[in-house]
Write a protein that binds this ligand. Structure first.
Ligand code: S3P
Length: 436
């Protein structure tokens, strides 16, 4: 765990210029995983140099995969083939990353050797039964700590059988864990979702040559094939761009251009919501890159109006609620978030932590079990705690831009899990970030 870091965010002038956010976290994790299991050498460009994705790469190194990092954001992965992983001599440390742990639980369930997945204090409190139960139904031998939380101990040489599963919660991590276990299973694995979630695992399996059928809400594959190495370019992470979209929307006089942002439709719910609130965000140079829609996003200041966030959009913006809460606080009128109970089991309880932080800044927020009512107003300065949650730390730097005084944000070190260069990029765009 990194040393404790506190930041100060102060009101600043308009945000201006062009920036490029780092590579997509979800895609970077999956790129390393599938490249490691492929036959041949895969080159990944635009890889996210974050602590979460580096944890995944370190785990595959420990499992015997050679991974070169010839320059930042580039990885050359020497695949070992679908059955080529070797046992690690130690626990596999997923750090803060739920994606790493849940996807690896599926992938490792099909190996011939035992492994143990561990994580940091936050990850060690996160629910794992959503993957452990269906994986057991596939024949996996996997144990949690007894309370449904990590560490996960996986016993090798299980004979996996395909499973048809409809997860209770909308979760790309659960879907992906089952599909990755399905690579090693006899017969067909089918995941049917009530609300479709991000489909990167499906798209990437297809790009690596694994036969898979998928459409929004359903993915099916069978075991017994092989993956072929391929080149990949990871687009900019929409979830990292989100902080800048909100920041430039709320700071008068701002105009920012965010280059090369991934716009997978299962990720861009916040775009829809911000536009419905009155935001001025335009897409330029829309293009396809590595099978993903990418565009440059131009965002200009515009007065925002509170809205009722449609619950159906929640899965498409599941990582964007800390940013949305700040947009709602800076908007006029009331914003209602509902149908978002999943936020309580993210890197922190994002409903509780955002609500208490905004209240400390004088914003009227009523917490509900599955969301919140946020009455827009003027944030005062003061002190808030990010609870070690990267997205909450970044969201509060945005609140600091429109606060009436300086804002101290405690516990920001974990910003490096998803966005290591955030402070520098934010300062370049015009944020008044101090000590960061
Ligand atoms: C992710 C899926 C989402 C998201 C997380 C990344 C992924 O989690 O919140 O940041 O890469 O599959 P859930 O599957 O728990 O919704």
């Amino acid at each position: 765990m990194s040393a404790r870091v506190d930041w100060s965010s102060a009101p600043a002038g308009p945000l201006r210029g062009e920036i490029e956010v780092p590579g997509d976290k979800s895609i970077s994790h999956r790129a390393v995983m599938l490249a490691a299991l492929a036959d041949g050498v895969s080159e990944i460009d635009g890889f996210l140099e974050g602590e979460d994705t580096r944890a995944t790469a370190a785990i595959f190194r420990a499992l015997g995969v050679r991974i070169e990092a010839p320059s930042p954001a580039r990885r050359i992965v020497h695949g070992v083939g679908i059955g080529g992983l070797a046992p690690a001599s130690d626990d596999l440390d997923c750090g803060n990353s739920g994606t790493a742990m849940r996807l690896l639980a599926g992938l490792l369930a099909g190996q011939a050797f035992d492994s143990r997945l561990v994580g940091d204090a936050s990850l060690s409190r996160r629910p794992m039964r959503r993957v452990v139960d269906p994986l057991r139904a596939m024949g996996a031998r996997i144990a949690d700590a007894g309370d449904g939380c990590p560490p996960l101990s996986i016993t090798g040489q299980a004979r996996l059988r395909g499973l048809a599963h409809a997860p209770e919660v909308a979760s790309a991590q659960v879907k992906s864990a089952l599909l990755l276990a399905g690579l090693y299973a006899k017969g067909e694995t089918r995941v049917a979702e009530r609300h479709p979630t991000r489909d990167y695992t499906e798209r990437m399996l297809a790009a690596f040559g694994w036969p898979i059928r998928y459409r929004p809400g359903v993915a099916e594959l069978s075991g017994g094939h092989r993956l072929r190495a391929t080149g990949m370019h990871v687009p900019g992470d929409f979830s990292s761009a989100a902080f800048f979209l909100v920041a430039a929307s709320v700071v008068p006089g701002s105009r920012l251009l965010l280059r090369g942002v991934g716009l997978n439709p299962r990720r861009t719910g916040l775009l829809e919501v911000l536009r419905a609130m009155g935001a001025d965000i335009r897409e330029h140079a829309a293009r396809e890159q590595g099978g993903e829609r990418v565009a440059d996003l131009e965002v200009r200041h515009a007065p925002l109006q509170g809205i009722d966030v449609p619950p159906a959009l929640v899965p498409d913006m599941i990582d964007e609620f800390p940013a949305l809460f700040v947009a709602a606080a800076a908007a006029s009128g009331r914003t209602r978030v509902s149908g978002a109970a999943e936020l309580r089991v993210k890197e922190s309880d994002r409903i509780a932590v955002m609500a208490s932080g905004l209240r400390a800044l004088g914003i009227d927020v009523v917490e509900t079990p599955d969301g919140a009512l946020i009455e827009g107003g003027r944030c005062a300065g003061g002190e808030v705690d990010s609870a070690g949650d990267h997205r909450i730390a970044m969201a509060f730097t945005v609140a600091g831009l429109v606060a009436s005084g300086a804002l101290r944000i405690r516990d920001c070190a974990n910003v490096a899990t998803s966005f290591p260069g955030f402070a520098e990029l934010a300062r370049r765009a015009g944020f008044g970030l101090i000590d960061a």
